[in-house]
Design a protein. Structure first.
Length: 263
């Protein structure tokens, strides 16, 4: 069994694979000061609710944007599983050249997304991840990570509006009936939801112009289902893309095969 863990700024998404089959996936809040024992207890309790146990885990692969928790998950693997975790970062075999100024600046989750997207759909492709930040990552037709775009996430933008604008309240993240809001709530929802889709569509057009080809556009992240119906360019939805990418990175590190490409 392979435990894959994607530690984000707001939430941590984890999954348990048997071979290339994702048996279980779950989310917990990302709490930077969580101890190793608390992490182990949390994941073990969730697995027990699904009929499993942390003791069934044979290997661990981690992508983390929180340095404190990167160390904690490495310690979890050493202490509870008696084996080192594979941590996505410099020195880990991903099979994807990073054609950026400083490869160490690229988030491990973005690398995992790019690896899975290219393996499944080929290239060129663009991965749009709707998380704390909205990222668009570009992979060439030859499987090279070319860089991308980082913008405020939808929930992050909502937090900023409600905290910094005295007369704007926190609203439900939902699709308004039209782009022209008839009240403050609809107007904010239009800007947040339809505006996010328009940003993605506009950026995909610019990215396609820069690479000289029309990419496959794949969406992932918790808020992707809200945005996809409003987008003109998103073609595919892969909710577990990051976890799938982590599995593939782990397999390349240990030498196991991955599934074939869909197209």
């Amino acid at each position: 069994m392979l435990l894959v863990v994607d530690v984000g700024n707001s939430q941590t998404v984890a999954g348990l694979f048997a071979g290339d089959e994702l048996l279980h996936d779950w989310r917990i809040s990302t709490i930077r000061r969580t101890t190793v024992d608390e992490l182990a207890a949390s994941h073990d309790k969730i697995l027990q609710l699904r009929g499993g146990s942390l003791t069934e885990v044979e290997n661990v692969v981690v992508a983390s944007v929180v340095p404190e928790l990167t160390v904690a998950y490495q310690a979890l693997a050493d202490r509870y599983l008696d084996r080192p975790a594979v941590t996505v970062g410099p020195g880990v075999r991903t099979g994807m050249p990073l054609l950026v100024d400083n490869p160490q600046e690229v988030g491990a989750d973005r690398i995992a997304n790019a690896v899975a997207a290219y393996d499944i759909y080929g290239g060129p492709c663009v991965v749009v991840d709707f998380g704390t930040a909205t990222t668009l990552d570009v992979v060439s037709g030859e499987g090279e990570f070319l860089g991308g775009v980082i913008a405020p996430g939808i929930a992050t933008a909502l937090d900023a509006l409600s905290q910094r604008a005295a007369r704007l309240m926190r609203v439900e993240l939902a699709t308004p009936p039209a782009a022209i809001g008839r009240n403050t709530v609809e107007s904010m929802q239009s800007g947040l939801v339809i505006g996010a889709a328009a940003m993605v569509d506009g950026m995909v057009g610019r990215l396609a112009g820069e690479i000289g080809a029309q990419p496959v556009v794949i969406a992932t992240g918790g808020l992707a289902p809200l945005i996809i119906p409003q987008s003109l360019t998103i073609e595919e939805h892969e909710p577990m893309l990051t976890l799938e990418g982590l599995r593939r990175v782990h397999e390349r590190t240990v030498g196991a095969p991955s599934r074939s490409r869909r197209r």
